[in-house]
Design a protein around this ligand. Structure first.
Ligand SMILES: [Zn+2]
Length: 949
């Protein structure tokens, strides 16, 4: 194309841009005059360009009515066929852009479908796929195909949860989701909405100074607070009968399990309670990485940060291990191996782990005896392999759980335990054009319906025997979530997640079992009812997988898994009644991934993120209590309240035992400031529980820092604010269908008991002048990287909103910034730059805002942990490629999350030293510890320098 005709058309462009006077119809008429079929081509480019400038929807409607759409399609087809040497890509793309705008309206999309637009574009794209130059054409065509794909309802009877729970009183759950009648216009502009979100955030800022400063009145009668005295026994403790008392507490909290289920203290292997990275400190930290004088417990971790650059290598290595394993004659191992081989027939597994079912199928006492022997043998072999986990404790706790579906089965990974692998995986690199390929694959279902199997193979609402020759799915276990599985093609399944109990939304969390797989075949899974606009799955995050065979061969672990992962808007729609009575259109998104299972006929589990169930937490608390040093660690486990579902919500009190019974020591004990920690109000945020696990293990450990920390604070901890949600596989809500982290302003004692009583306890502490120094609620963030804090600042909020701040009126202690600054230095996953201290209107009823405002806690935070990786710091590494090296974040594992929990504790100690008056003794001890660490640091650094020299 020469530029002569282009300049000739500049005037046209000018006219159109200044006024759009021509309208799309005038433009179209002109276009058809200018762009003639391929054979008579001339002056094409300007015409298509100016047409693109006009995006007026009403004009589009008239254009469709005049039949221009069909003509555009024919024209496009003609150019596509004839432009074999791809000289006129811009014309072809220009025509597609015209189609793109016209199909922004419903009428356009209908006409497009009626004109066989889907077939025409789909077929033409197939011809283009092999040529990279044609990317712009493929992308635009795919966009149109995706938009015009006929909208459908989800293939479920109702989008409401399969699980419902009758609420106490007259409370009614969220109104049901209506079936959809297709609306007039559909705004399809939300392809990249990250910008939109950040703009919305700014409008959401609370700019009313009075609202920011006011302290609301008590939400309950004052005399009610007295009852919380019972949850603060440490303030009234005389320590005369302490040992007897704690024994009583313990008996109260234990489940009514047969005693032989609880192994003796010695049988839970657990060499010492030190944080496991603590023991090896011979390696020094990276010079200049951290300038705080604190112990760097991750020194060893740095050495251990072996990410597998190449999955293949690891696969080979592990295959070799498997081989060794089979050939080995170790009798102890061959015993396990014999059991493994039984996996070929998965019924052995059912027998062993689902004895209830087995009992009903085959009541033979011999069979049952045999299976319990197997379990015992297996446990004998494996018990204690995983620190802070006991399968027996787990089973005992799980038996007492009250769930809506009445779970009778345990998921193997939760029972058996998880031990993090000795390597971390960098984020997954995304193949070029991956999403496009997946969308085209979806469109193919419409064009070639003969290929589609469309067979339901799992349905929570209609349990029937699994179909032969395909995967078998299962999800009825704690935290399980899968509602339906439909086989689409031989190795492809559409999956539907269950909504939160008593709700018709909140889909993101999934956790299910799959078996009867072939090996070395990639299976494609599409989770088709995701709701978030975007996902870290588009930025390198992988899901997690657990293989029972791998576990029995000595690798009991969740690993990051899945290839060809992407997340995109699909053609399923739902209209639901929104708050305020309006109708809100709901879009669904597809998460697609491929998995090659490591073994044939294995039993595998797939989950959104490392699962952490209620029973995991309860049995973890049992182990911690049993293994603490009672002379040093004051530990009290009480029940904060019962949940709606009838499960106890534990409250922990942890501090140091007083040094002696003399008055000074007892006084020091009582007067320690409080730290109040909570986690897992949102059930889908299992990462928060792993962080909490790290905090708890560190707090009761014999680490000298932990000892010091216990002398500084009394910790009040609610490790799981939403047990029912976690148990029943919810993403966000409790059984009432409410987001519990939006109930803190006026929690209902009936509907939100855990929030009501957590707040009551905080009120009580505040009423006796003992409001906590720090409040922190642990969460997971599905859209962001890193670990960071949200806090509350009046000034920062007003500044951000562009309000003038009268500093004489608004005074504010900037102490809320100290802890995050410390964490930025001591915790490798923590990033200060990701923190925010803005108070948003929409967050007025969250824990951090309410505790800040109503209890006057300056350091009131939400701690957010990524599900994915870090964009800064130690967990971002350089990866060598054949042609270059690049920096990539490592996907966080449970080890990094637990480490974050322990570093948070270290941060608290430093905060104490920096912000509070300390006794000489305490300062001396701290100085000794921290200096010692500094000395080690220096020494290590020196030896490193020696090496360099
Ligand atoms: Zn959350």
């Amino acid at each position: 194309m020469n530029c002569q005709p282009l300049t000739a058309f500049f005037p046209f462009i000018a006219i159109v841009t200044t006024g759009t006077m021509l309208g799309i119809n005038g433009a179209m008429e002109l276009l058809f005059k200018v762009i003639t079929p391929y054979s008579k081509r001339h002056y094409e480019r300007p015409a298509t360009e100016f047409l693109m400038l006009d995006k007026d929807l009403s004009n589009s409607r008239r254009a469709v009515n005049r039949g221009y759409l069909g003509e555009l399609l024919r024209l496009y087809q003609d150019w596509h066929r004839n432009d074999v040497s791809n000289n006129y890509i811009y014309i072809r793309r220009g025509l597609l852009l015209c189609l793109k705008y016209i199909t922004n309206i419903q009428l356009g999309r209908e006409t497009f479908l009626g004109s066989r637009g889907m077939e025409i574009l789909f077929t033409s794209v197939q011809d283009c796929l092999s040529c990279k130059n044609l990317d712009p054409i493929i992308t635009t065509a795919t966009h149109i195909l995706r938009k015009c794909y006929p909208k459908e309802h989800l293939p479920v009877v109702t989008v409401r949860s399969s699980y419902s729970f009758p609420l106490p009183g007259n409370a009614s759950a969220e109104p049901p989701c209506d079936s959809e009648s297709e609306g007039e216009e559909e705004d399809e502009k939300d392809w990249d909405n990250e910008d939109v979100e950040s703009k919305e955030e700014d409008c959401d800022l609370e700019t009313d100074v009075n609202k920011l400063r006011s302290r609301p009145a008590l939400d309950r009668p004052e005399q009610e607070l007295e009852k919380y005295e019972a949850l603060c026994a440490e303030l009234f403790q005389n320590f005369q009968s302490e040992e007897k008392k704690s024994l009583e507490d313990r008996t109260e909290s234990l489940p009514s399990a047969p005693s032989h289920f609880i192994p003796s203290a010695t049988s839970v292997k657990h060499p010492n309670c030190r944080w496991r990275n603590q023991s090896v400190t011979e390696m020094g930290p990276d010079p200049g990485e951290q300038d705080f004088k604190v112990p760097l417990q991750s020194w060893r971790k740095k050495e251990e940060c072996i990410w597998d650059k190449n999955d293949e290598n690891r696969d080979i290595a592990e295959k070799a291990q498997d081989k060794d394993f089979c050939e080995e004659e170790d009798p102890a191992r061959s015993h396990v191996f014999a059991l493994c081989s039984l996996l070929k027939d998965a019924t052995w597994y059912k027998k062993v782990f689902y004895p209830h079912c087995e009992a009903s199928i085959n009541p033979s006492p011999e069979g049952r005896l045999e299976s319990s022997d197997m379990v015992r043998n297996l446990l004998e072999k494996h018990q204690g392999d995983i620190p802070f986990h006991s399968p027996c404790f787990y089973a005992a706790r799980a038996k007492c759980v009250k769930s809506i579906p009445g779970y009778r089965e345990l998921a193997f990974p939760d029972f058996w335990g998880h031990q993090p692998p000795p390597y971390s995986k960098p984020v997954l690199e995304r193949k070029h054009g991956l999403q496009r390929d997946k969308v085209l694959d979806d469109v193919r279902r419409l064009i070639q319906p003969g290929d589609v199997i469309g067979r339901t193979v799992f349905d929570l609402d209609d349990p029937s025997p699994a179909a032969p020759g395909c995967l078998t799915f299962f999800s009825k276990f704690e935290s399980g979530n899968l509602r339906k599985a439909i086989q689409v093609r031989e190795f492809e399944y559409d999956l539907i997640m269950n909504a939160d109990v008593n709700s018709s939304q909140h889909h993101q969390w999934f956790y299910f079992e799959v078996r009867d797989m072939k090996s070395a075949v990639p299976y494609r899974f599409n989770i088709i009812n995701c709701e978030k606009l975007n996902s870290q799955f588009n930025y390198g995050m992988q899901l997690v997988m657990y293989s029972v065979r791998e576990a029995l061969q000595g690798r009991p672990r969740w690993t990051r898994a899945g290839q060809e992962i992407c997340y995109y808007k699909n053609h399923y729609r739902c209209r639901s009644a929104a708050a305020g009575g309006g109708v809100r259109r709901r879009f669904y998104y597809t998460l697609t991934f491929s998995i090659k299972f490591p073994h044939k006929d294995d039993v595998c589990y797939l989950a959104y993120h490392y699962p952490y169930t209620y029973s995991t937490m309860m049995s973890h608390l049992d182990i911690l209590e049993q293994n603490r040093n009672p002379k040093k660690v004051y530990w009290r486990q009480q029940t904060l309240c019962q949940t709606l579902g009838g499960n106890p919500c534990p409250l922990l009190t942890i501090t140091a035992m007083p040094e002696s019974k003399n008055r000074d020591h007892l006084e020091q004990f009582c007067n320690r400031p409080y730290v109040f920690l909570t986690a897992r109000v949102h059930p889908g945020e299992s990462n928060a529980s792993w962080v909490m696990k790290g905090t708890l293990e560190f707090l009761v450990s014999s680490d000298p820092i932990a000892e010091l920390l216990r002398k500084c604070f009394i910790f009040k901890i609610v490790p799981m604010l939403n047990p029912d949600g976690v148990i029943n596989g919810n993403l966000r809500c409790s059984l009432s269908g409410d987001d519990l982290n939006r109930q803190w302003l006026t929690p209902s004692s009936q509907l939100h008991p855990t929030i009501y009583h957590a707040k009551g306890l905080l009120y009580y502490l505040s009423s006796i002048g003992r409001a906590p120094l720090v409040f922190c609620d642990y969460h997971g963030h599905s859209q962001k990287k890193n670990v960071f804090l949200y806090g509350c600042s009046i000034k920062e909020t007003l500044w951000q909103a562009g309000c003038m701040v009268d500093t004489a009126v608004v005074t504010e202690d900037v102490g809320y910034r100290t802890l995050p600054k410390i964490l930025d230095k001591v915790a490798p996953a923590f990033v200060m730059n990701s923190c925010s201290f803005l108070v948003e209107k929409s967050r007025a009823s969250t824990a951090r805002v309410v505790v800040w405002k109503e209890m006057g806690v300056l350091r009131s935070y939400t701690m957010e942990s990524t599900y994915c990786s870090c964009s800064h710091g130690l967990y971002r590494v350089r990866i060598m490629k054949p042609c270059a090296s690049l920096h990539q974040g490592l996907q966080l594992g449970t080890q990094e999350l637990e480490e974050m929990g322990s570093k948070f504790c270290l941060g608290l100690l430093i905060l104490h030293l920096k912000s509070l008056p300390c006794s000489k003794e305490l300062m001396a001890q701290a100085a000794l510890l921290l200096d010692l660490e500094e000395e080690i640091t220096d020494r290590a650094q020196r030896s490193k320098e020696d090496l360099v020299m």
